[in-house]
Ligand binder design. Structure first.
Ligand code: COA
Length: 240
């Protein structure tokens, strides 16, 4: 998701982010469902305008990785090349991201954002990682991660429309988990819009566990939602 904004999170739980933090004139609030203030605002007549989810995957040194191995192997058997994206390959990744941008959920809490202009540099420095699937030499699926608070946080995951439902999102995410696991990582985060059934299913299938949802709350006077054209960010924040 960033498909959503990169207020850390496509995932779980970076600190709550108000829409004001992202230059929104609205007085909307983004709070985790279990935040005591959430209940207080609802009691005052605030309403939930959008729901985002965050999820975590925690593995240990002895974890069974077969689900990830199987996902990568299946895609390779089907003819896809699945591997890490090199810094010099980021322009093709950026083009694919732009192509699929309209397919990302667009809610008050979650939307697509352009990739950072210096993505290649971030990848070259190892701060961000990307994993892709290529079909006949053309990248058709990717997932992007960055380091955040002791875990690898998924910024976004997407698959070209004609290659969906072939296990590619599962394969590239699995490749990212296997590679970072081999380097010592044990925790990953992801998230997105509750409306995105596909993304939820992919992540559940890989063992991510949902955390309490994040709600975009609007005060009584703003129940018709934010102004047209406005885009805010999720609390969880990314879309993966
Ligand atoms: C979401 C997305 C990444 C899924 O990619 P994908 O390669 O089709 O996913 P997979 O094939 O690995 O799916 C694995 C499983 O997830 C589930 N799933 C995938 N897409 C689904 C959908 N649209 N609706 C319901 N379940 C879905 C299925 O259970 C699927 O297994 P199956 O096809 O054998 O039933 C892809 O639809 C996409 O790029 N969407 C636009 C961008 C986006 O929304 N990204 C996520 C932001 S939060």
């Amino acid at each position: 998701m960033t498909g959503s904004a990169r207020l850390p999170g496509d995932s779980t739980a970076p600190a709550p982010v108000t829409l004001d933090d992202v230059s929104n004139p609205s007085s909307a609030r983004i709070l985790r469902q279990d935040d005591p203030e959430h209940a207080e605002l609802l009691a005052q007549g605030w309403t939930v305008a959008a729901t985002s989810w965050g999820a975590r995957l925690d593995l240990t040194a002895g974890s069974d990785l077969s689900v990830y191995d199987r996902a990568v192997s299946a895609a390779r058997r089907a003819g896809y090349e699945v591997r890490e994206v090199r810094a010099r390959e980021t322009s093709a990744l950026v083009d694919l991201d732009a192509l699929v941008a309209p397919d990302f959920p667009d809610t008050p809490a979650s939307h697509h954002e352009p990739l950072p202009l210096n993505l290649a540099g971030r990848i070259a420095r190892g701060q961000w990682r990307a994993f892709g699937a290529w079909w006949q030499g053309r990248i058709v699926a990717f997932t992007i991660l960055y380091r955040f608070e002791g875990r690898w946080e998924v910024d976004r995951t997407a698959v070209e429309a004609s290659h969906r439902r072939r296990g590619l999102a599962s394969a590239v995410k699995s490749a990212s988990i296997l590679t970072t696991y081999a380097e010592g990582a044990r925790r990953w985060g992801t998230g997105g819009a509750m409306a995105n059934a596909g993304s939820l299913a992919v992540n559940r299938g890989l063992g991510f566990l949902l955390e309490p949802s994040w709600h975009t709350l609007l005060p009584p006077a703003e129940t018709r939602g934010p102004p047209p054209g406005h885009h805010a960010s999720t609390g969880p924040a990314t879309q993966a």
